[in-house]
Each structure stands twice: as C-alpha cells, then as structure tokens.
Design a protein around this ligand. Structure first.
Ligand code: COA
Length: 392
C-alpha cells in the first residue's frame, strides 16, 4: 500500500426499542432456542414511528463526527436498501441535519447489504487521490419481513457511520480485495412493497458460495491465507450465519474440523451488537467490526481482520484491514455498550403496533407522535415532503 488510508472513526446507532426474541417465540408458538441458539439472536431493534434510515443514519454519523472538522468532508456516501425516495438521496437530509459544508457531495448507493462496502472502496480511492479530504460512509437500514414469516425473527435496525481518511486511527484498510458477482433472486424488495421477499435457505447457500468465491479471488490477489488473519468479521443477517460461514471458510482452507475455541476466538467478539439489535443489512458487517473492537479484551493493535461483505442479488467482497496501534482511545465503547443495553424492551403488542404503523405513501400527509429516536426525528410528511428535525 502506498498510503495509509482507512477508518478514522466509527459511529453505531440502533433503535431505542427492542423486542426479546423469547417473547416473539412465545407468541409464534416456537421453541425459543430456535431463535436464541438456531439463529443466534436475542433481541431485535424495532423502529418506532418517527424513526427511519435518515434518523438512524444521522445519529450514527453524529457519533462518528464528534471531533471532526465538518469542512474537511468531501463526500457523503449513504448506503441503504431501505431508501425513502426514488430520486432524492437520503443523505441530503443528513447534509442539513449534520451541518455539512456546501462543498460536500452526496450520493446514495444500493446493492442489498453490500452497498456500504462499495462506498468504502470508493472512499478509499478518493482519499488516495486527495489525502487531505475525508469521506463519510453512512450505512443505515431497517430489516423488515412479513409478520409470522421465517425471516421475522431476523428483523432489526441500525446504522453505522465510518469516517474514511488518511488518518486511520482505528483500522488501515487494504484496497486489494476479492469480488464475486452473479445475478440471482435470493432476496429482493420490489418498489411497491414495504417488506422484503426472501428465499431464506437459498440465500444462506448463496452467501456461503459467494464467500468461497470471493475468498479465492482475495487470496489470489493478496497471496494471504487463513492463518494471516487474527480475527474475522462477517455480514450478519443473524449471528449463527457467521459461525456457518467461518466453519465453511476454514474447511475451504483445509482446516476441518475447526476447534470450538478457534471459532470463538476468531468471531465471538464480533457478534454482540447484532445479536442484540438484529439485522441492519448494509450496516451489519460494520456493526460486527464495532463489536469486535469494543469487546475484544486482547489488544488487537497490528492484527489483521478479515472482512466479508455479502449483498443478495448478489455481490460479495472479501477484504481486510490492520488495527491501528492506540485504536482504543478513538473508540466510544462505554457509550455504545450502554446504548445497546439501555433500550426499552417492548411487548409483542407494542411491536405489532410499531410494525403496522401507517406509512403515508398515498395521502402525502401525516404527523408522527413523539417517541425516543435519539438526536433526530422524522416529524411528519406534509404535501409529500418528509420533515426532519434535530431533537433539542
Ligand atoms: N433449538 C436449537 N436450534 C434449533 C431449534 C431448537 N429448538 N429449532 C430449530 N433450530 C435450528 C435449526 O436446526 C437451524 O439450524 P441449522 O441451519 O444449523 O440446521 C436453525 O435453527 C434455523 O432453523 P430453520 O428451520 O432453518 O429456520 P427457518 O427455515 O424457519 O428460517 C432462515 C431460517 C435463515 C431461512 C430465515 O430466518 C430467513 O429467511 N431469514 C432471512 C434471510 C436471511 O437472513 N438470509 C441470510 C443470507 S443474507
């Protein structure tokens, strides 16, 4: 690498309301262990009225930018598959809410859960072109499936913001990666639907296939093998998926069986935020990275972390980064862990009420009651215009 470029800061935010999957299991007449052990999920974040990918993303970005000169931000990449408009980028609302400079360009990217990784790659290239500039990547999503469908217990919501710069206080990212793309129908959401459609078991098979394919290209391009990586982060539709993926990757690399203690060491710390907040689609890999950096007791300075990004449809990319010495002083671990632990647990009836909230697609007018949505709130839709405000 000619330059040291990577993640300067990272902000993570998830809804202030969550449903225990034990309660969902009871309501659905399912053994709770199917969700807790079989899927590896404990709670799912449930967005209240007045919260969407804009407010989630703005809250995450605010945390990533707390000591950044906003005039240094060259581009805001907003990655989502829960877009709020067919034309206007959701990031434009953040541009105002976060007081970004008029010289900061804004664009929205989509390719299922993969798009934030495309944004990161574009950001690395832009910083390489002009190392004085910083790029803000915001990945924000709400995972929403039909009530009482197999996907329902894997719902969730969250956002991650990454500041990419030539001052990578958290992690230096290697731009050499392995990409795999193939047009398939494993998960999609037509424009006229609020809930995703998914062929769940097919999507998990395709995820594993894309992992093997992108890993092969990655090893060819970098010359690295399994043992060159100390920790591994995966796209996390549900945390058990990472276990399956890591065992599969180890087998591909001739390690079979992978001892349980190796599995726990390699991926265990990366799973906590997703286990508690559920799937956050484009943000989920990076929520996993936040979890690893926050929770790993061993000092990870100088260690290489493998990163696997998968977006149904499908595009996958395997890449890696090296944790920066002194990274802990740039983390906001206590605040993040508190945010996840300190949510309001709602009961099933409240979950269903939030789920069925009217989306004002046709009327073009609606006012939302006040719920806790962090520092930003989606107040209303008036004359088909979304109105957002900062919460004092
Ligand atoms: N105790 C412990 N484990 C249990 C259990 C119990 N009582 N009951 C079931 N399980 C296990 C199953 O054995 C299975 O584990 P396995 O895959 O290792 O065999 C796991 O729980 C899930 O059970 P399964 O019957 O496969 O669940 P499902 O068919 O209802 O749904 C998904 C699983 C993943 C298909 C579904 O949640 C989904 O569609 N999710 C959305 C799509 C998605 O996340 N795709 C991922 C790729 S991006």
């Amino acid at each position: 690498m000619s330059q040291w470029i990577g993640i300067e800061s990272l902000g993570f935010f998830t809804s202030r309301y969550a449903l225990s999957l034990r309660d969902l299991a009871q309501e659905r007449g399912v053994d709770p262990d199917k969700y807790l052990i079989g899927l590896g999920q404990e709670q799912m974040s449930v967005p209240p009225p007045g919260e969407d990918v804009v407010t989630l993303g703005a809250n995450a970005a605010q945390r990533a930018l707390h000591d950044t000169d906003r005039n240094s931000i060259d581009t805001l990449f907003f990655a989502t598959e829960s877009g709020v408009d067919q034309s206007k980028a959701a990031g434009m609302y953040l541009h105002r809410l976060l007081d970004l400079p008029a010289t900061c360009r804004v664009v929205e990217l989509k390719q299922a859960c993969y798009s934030a990784t495309a944004a990161v790659q574009f950001a690395l290239a832009l910083v390489a072109q002009n190392p004085r500039k910083k790029m803000l990547v915001v990945a924000s999503d709400i995972a929403r499936y039909g009530l009482d469908t197999p996907g329902e217990p894997t719902q969730g919501a969250g956002a991650v913001a990454l500041l990419i710069s030539a001052d990578p206080r958290l992690m230096v990212l290697d731009p050499v990666s392995g990409v795999y793309a193939s047009e398939i129908m494993d998960f999609w959401r037509p424009n006229y639907r609020d809930e995703a459609l998914v062929d769940g078991r097919y999507s998990t098979r395709m995820y594993l296939q894309a992992l093997c394919q992108s890993w092969t290209v990655y090893t060819q391009n970098t010359g690295r093998g399994f043992a060159d990586h100390d920790r591994f982060c995966y796209h996390l539709p549900f945390t058990r998926m990472a276990e399956k993926a890591h065992i599969r990757l180890a087998r591909e690399c001739g390690i079979d069986p992978l001892p349980r203690e190796s599995l726990d060491k390699h991926i265990g710390d990366s799973l906590f935020y997703n286990r508690m907040s559920g799937n956050s689609y484009s943000a989920s890999l990076y929520a996993g990275l936040a979890s690893l950096l926050d929770r790993c007791e061993e000092d990870l300075a100088g260690k290489r972390v493998g990163l696997f990004s998968y977006g149904s449809g499908c595009v996958a990319e395997y890449f890696s980064g090296i944790v920066t010495p002194g990274y802990r002083s740039s983390l906001r671990t206590t605040e993040r862990e508190f945010m996840v632990q300190d949510r309001t647990l709602i009961d099933y009836a409240q979950y269903e009420a939030f789920y069925k909230r009217a989306t004002p697609i046709h009327s073009g007018n609606a006012e939302f009651p006040v719920w806790n949505t962090g520092a930003y709130r989606w107040v209303a839709v008036r004359d088909h215009k979304r109105i957002y405000e900062s919460v004092p």
